[in-house]
Design a protein around this ligand. Structure first.
Ligand code: ADP
Ligand code: CIR
Length: 367
């Protein structure tokens, strides 16, 4: 019986990895109090951690309403991961004038003031459409329909001189289909996402199912504005630029998100938790603001261990040159981003990135 099997896997997961957030907060008496349909929904969310005992989190939402409908469970998961002691009440705020005291004079977060030159900067947000199940519960037909809906949105952008550009699809037979070679070029250029089927956590959750159907990305004419379709969230909306002023990518993303939300209709949102994302780690802002910076001393010997240990108390995450779970650059270049996503405002995240880079550069000098 599949229910008995997954309950057994959750119990075994707790024994194998007592720190995994999914199994740590799984309460059998809460589970037993639920209707049959909510029971099935809760187990579907827990499947990735049940099958992968090395998960840190182990849970993904399957429906936009899961966080609210299964709140007694998800609230514990969310508060544990995001280290929020009290009630979660997320607020969205992109207005940099509200953080004026944290901005340098003139309001520009200019990396030349920190001694850096041209730097690769990127800010992304995860967004989901309220009209489809989240990626883990989508059928192949849902994935193809959602991509078709998005192609209509991108046609509007492509015709708008402020955006222009192209849509590239991985769907076999799509009129926008690109070759395997061009897809690999897009991945290397940091434009397109990696093959999801290779990620066992996403595969167990059903998020990588039907790969590569319904997957693609829109790229603006100047390549600075990109929208992923069909990765861990329905949409990952991002701005990228090699320059020195963080405001450039942040301000452009704010405008582009407003445009997307106007054309798509409102995105999936929770009253308490903000923007809904598949993974509870991204909930709230769904935002990751990153730079590629060189810290050769903190990465001496090719290991990221020291950099991670120094970055953690500064509220920063360290990733590799191809994103999460990839190696750092041979010259000591890493991907740095503020770790917080929830109960922090968008305007605060971009300040935290600037302050974080400053602090990390000081640690690099001392090392
Ligand atoms: P996400 O940021 O959406 O959580 P990843 O960590 O896997 O996902 O990164 C996705 C892609 O974005 C990777 O190719 C990664 O190298 C690229 N990337 C992230 N930050 C930057 C940056 N500051 N400059 C250039 N590319 C970046
Ligand atoms: C885990 O629990 O380790 C995986 N499910 C990944 C969790 C981190 N979230 C993410 O990459 N979005």
């Amino acid at each position: 019986d599949p229910t008995t099997k997954i309950l057994g896997q959750i119990e075994a997961g707790l024994a194998a990895n007592p720190d995994m957030i999914m199994s740590k907060h799984f309460d059998l008496s809460y589970y037993n109090s639920l209707s049959d349909s909510l029971k099935a929904r809760l187990l579907a969310c827990c499947k990735s951690g049940a099958e992968n005992h090395d998960s840190g989190v182990g849970v993904y939402a399957m429906q936009p309403s899961d966080y609210d409908d299964l709140k007694p469970y998800f609230d514990k998961v969310i508060r544990d991961y995001h280290k929020i002691p009290g009630e979660v009440k997320h607020i969205t705020n992109w207005d940099l004038s509200t953080v004026a005291d944290r901005l340098p004079e003139g309001g520009k977060l200019d990396l030349t003031k920190l001694g850096l030159g041209t730097t690769s900067m990127r800010v992304r947000v995860g967004r989901n459409l309220a009209s489809y199940p989240l990626p883990g519960a989508m059928t192949k037909e849902d994935r193809l329909n959602m991509e078709a809906d998005m192609v209509k949105v991108f046609k509007e952008l492509i015709e708008d001189p402020a955006y222009g550009g192209n849509y590239y699809s991985l769907t076999p037979g799509s009129p926008f289909e690109v070759s395997e070679k061009f897809y690999q070029y897009l991945v290397k250029a940091h434009i397109m996402f990696k093959d999801m089927a290779a990620d066992t956590y996403l595969a167990s959750a059903g998020i990588a199912s039907d790969w590569p159907f319904g997957r693609g990305c829109y790229v603006s004419a100047d390549k600075g504005f990109i929208v992923w379709v069909g990765e861990e969230d329905h949409l990952r909306i991002m701005c990228m630029k090699k320059a020195t002023v963080l405001n450039d990518v942040f301000d452009r993303l704010k405008g582009a998100c407003d445009t997307m939300e106007r054309i798509c209709g409102s995105f999936a949102h929770s009253k308490d938790y903000g923007y809904v994302t598949s993974c509870p780690t991204n909930l709230g802002t769904g935002m990751r603001a990153s730079v590629h910076i060189k810290i050769p001393k903190l990465t001496a010997g090719g290991s990221d261990a020291k950099a991670k240990a120094v970055a953690r108390p500064l509220g920063l995450s360290v990733r590799g040159m191809g994103g999460e779970h990839t190696p750092i650059g041979a010259d000591g270049t890493v991907d740095i981003s503020p770790s917080a996503r929830l109960q922090i405002q968008e305007a605060e995240i971009i300040c935290a990135l600037y302050e974080g880079i400053k602090n990390l550069m000081e640690e690099e000098k001392k090392a």
